[in-house]
Design a protein around this ligand. Sequence first.
Ligand SMILES: Nc1ncnc2c1ncn2[C@@H]1O[C@H](COP(=O)(O)OP(=O)(O)OP(=O)(O)O)[C@@H](O)[C@H]1O
Length: 236
Amino acid sequence: MLETVKLNAGYGKLQILFDVDFIASKKQIITIVGPNGSGKSTFLKTLVGLTNVISGKIIFEGDDITRFPPYKRSRKGLVYVAQIDNVFRSLTVEENFKLSSYNLSENEYNERMEIIFTLFSQIRDILKRKVYQLSGGQRQMVAISLALLRKPKILLLDEPTAQLAPKIANEVFKKIVEIRDLTEVGIILVEQNAKKALEIADNAYLFTSGRVLFKGKPVELLSNPDLGKIFLGLGV
Ligand SMILES: Nc1ncnc2c1ncn2[C@@H]1O[C@H](COP(=O)(O)OP(=O)(O)OP(=O)(O)O)[C@@H](O)[C@H]1O
């Protein structure tokens, strides 16, 4: 469904990603792990059109979208949730929803909100609250809900559990699993919290220095002493 072929990309002339071959499908969680600075976020940004592609291809649902502007990719269903500043903090939760849905009919809006309320039942109770009053976990749930409002086919999550307490982080991971199981959405998950993110994944990638060092089943990564210890600090 989404594929990159020998993708080379970076910022201006600075190349960060080298020959990245990658595949993601609907109803799957693909987790990308790797040390700091290995290009994980840059890869997500490249998928949504925020970096400079030097060569290679990005294919989404049969279309070559390598040169598409970001808005076209989003309209096609590639929706990115940034690590920080992913919500308007001075607005209420409901105002954030309304702003993100300006192009939806009332029916479409209500339909999608029902899905969101099913997945995130507590959102109903915080609709009138300003985002800056919410906990980190609630804020992250709102950010993911806003992305779901845009009817993604593939959701790109950049460290959704960053700065969250372990218990709250676990709730976010649970929600990510529910999104996979209850919708058709595919999820590409970039995480520092490698162990947990690999445990919920269907497939895994390990990036180092902008290259794919490993791709395969997460259990192989979790149980590989060299990869786990050296790159992920898993202590296996
Ligand atoms: N806007 C930018 N302009 C130039 N270089 C950048 C920019 N953003 C990131 N980089 C560089 O790209 C490299 C990869 O960074 P990236 O954020 O993609 O890594 P990462 O694997 O997501 O790291 P982390 O886990 O620390 O978030 C780093 O060397 C970083 O300094």
